[in-house]
Design a binder for this molecule. Structure first.
Ligand code: MG
Length: 238
């Protein structure tokens, strides 16, 4: 359901649309399917989506004042609670035609997410996920955000363990079947360093260069990772 909301928001993205309108749409989709927006009211967050434009990394509050412009990239993060269980996912969308460097950033960040997911196999360790993401990002000259990380998902949106997007092979907690994780690389075109903004939510890149964010909730099974937030338009083989 969170994937359906994300897909519908993605389809509505165009120049001139406000992030507040996208937030309304996500909430409508989630509630019409019988779910509850997981983000709304979480720690006091006012929206059903996080909407983060260009150099904004994560946790942008949807606003009537933020209207998308041709050439922007928009990271949308949304979650739904269905029968008491949380799904959490994110995607970075282009607004019309975007620059080659933004396209590169989006493509590599998505590939980092798939590399992290592919490493989520029983017998591997948390550090293997982080290593898979970090090595791909850095080989492409991009910066891996350190302060914000993936996480376990269950009846609560954020459960242990933390799932960093950096790390060393063979280190950290052993992964086993039955774990449910949100794998969510946040990757910057420039420095990995971040800047927390005064509203207490929004996080931007320190150098003002763009950032991308892709996330899926997955379950680890004996046969490997299985996607729980499935987004038909963007589905890729593992
Ligand atoms: Mg998450």
């Amino acid at each position: 359901m969170s994937a359906l909301a994300l897909r519908q928001v993605g389809r509505a993205i165009r120049a001139g649309v406000s992030t507040w309108e996208l937030d309304l749409l996500a909430e409508e989709v989630i509630r019409s399917e019988g779910g509850k927006p997981a983000f709304k009211g979480y720690g006091g967050f006012p929206g059903s989506i996080c909407a983060s434009v260009n150099d904004q990394i994560v946790h942008g509050i949807p606003s009537r004042a933020v209207r998308l412009q041709e050439g922007d990239i928009l990271s949308v993060d949304t979650g739904a609670i269905v029968d008491g269980w949380v799904g959490d996912n994110a995607w970075t969308f282009p607004v019309g035609e975007v620059s080659a460097e933004k396209r590169h950033l989006m493509e590599v960040t998505e590939a980092c997410m798939w590399a992290g997911i592919a490493a989520a196999c029983p017998g591997n360790r948390l550090g293997d996920i982080g290593h898979a993401v970090q090595s791909m990002a850095e080989a492409n000259g991009l910066g891996v955000v350190r302060e914000y990380v993936g996480h376990g998902v269950g009846r609560a949106m954020h459960e242990p363990p933390n799932v960093p997007n950096y790390g060393r092979r063979g280190t950290g907690m052993e992964l086993c079947a039955g774990m449910v994780l949100a794998i969510e690389p946040m990757i910057n075109l420039g420095t990995h360093k971040t800047r927390a903004m005064p509203d207490g939510w929004l996080v931007c890149t320190r150098d003002g260069k763009p950032s991308a964010h892709f996330e899926k909730t997955i379950a680890i099974t004996e046969d490997g990772p299985v996607l729980l937030t499935v987004e038909p338009d963007h589905e890729r083989p593992l």
